[in-house]
Design a protein around this ligand. Structure first.
Ligand code: SIN
Ligand code: FE2
Length: 222
């Protein structure tokens, strides 16, 4: 009987949901089975649009390295943050979002209650030990009717998820390989960040001290 209930589908055992706030949820293990394919695509994207450490308007260089795929890519320099249709390093369009990225992002959004998510931007973050992302809101997209879908790969990280004001307390959520966080609706502009990455060895095939994060967004033309 127990055997029947759990059949042979391991993903049933590896996937569950943890609500974070209204319109925000952690989908545990949701991208686990596709993780290897996602990592292969990240490698291919980074060959066309290499990872780089952006400078931010206060003059500091970000500790995480970034690249993008999609119609729009997030960029930063001393003047400010903005989405661009071309990679400032090459002057070329950003690589296209691979179909499997779109499928996972849309399935995750759907599972979280956002059925009409059409991502046109995917920011790819790479963390090595010590790299962090300070508390911020994702608000450069201009259109807040679409959620943010965030896929974690590689080493675990402590994700901070706060409220609509910076001063509000944050929940601390450990995100591991294959986890997805979706936040939209009333939570779309919630502050969030990532604590400094701890050293470790990421799951196969990475086997390296690295974490990748994909965030899917819908950017309106501006
Ligand atoms: C982000 O806020 O853009 C990325 C969050 C993460 O790396 O988990
Ligand atoms: Fe963010």
């Amino acid at each position: 009987m127990i055997d029947d209930l759990f059949a042979n589908d391991d993903s049933i055992l590896r996937q569950w949901q943890e609500p974070l706030a209204k319109d925000a949820v952690v989908l545990r293990g949701f991208a686990y089975d596709e993780a290897q394919a996602l990592l292969q695509h990240i490698t291919a994207i980074a060959e066309a649009a290499p990872f780089r450490h952006f400078v931010i308007p206060n003059g500091h260089t970000m500790s995480i390295a970034m690249t993008n795929c999609g119609t729009f890519g997030w960029t930063s320099n001393e003047q400010g943050y903005r989405y661009t249709e071309t990679d400032p390093m090459s002057g070329q369009a950003w690589p296209q979002i691979p179909t499997i990225f779109l499928q996972i992002a849309q399935q995750a959004a759907h599972r979280a209650g956002f059925s009409h998510f059409i991502p046109n931007a995917c920011l790819i973050n790479r963390y090595h030990p010590g790299a962090r992302l300070s508390l911020h809101q994702d608000k450069d997209e201009m259109d807040f009717s679409h959620p943010i879908v965030s896929v974690s790969l590689g080493l675990p990280a402590t994700f901070l998820f706060g409220g609509l004001q910076r001063e509000q307390p944050c929940q601390r959520v450990t995100l591991t390989h294959g986890d997805i966080v979706v936040w939209g609706g009333d939570s779309r502009l919630c502050y969030h960040g990532v604590l400094p990455l701890k050293d470790g060895i990421a799951p196969s095939p990475l086997q390296d001290n690295v974490r990748y994060n994909l965030t899917f967004r819908h950017v309106s033309r501006h």
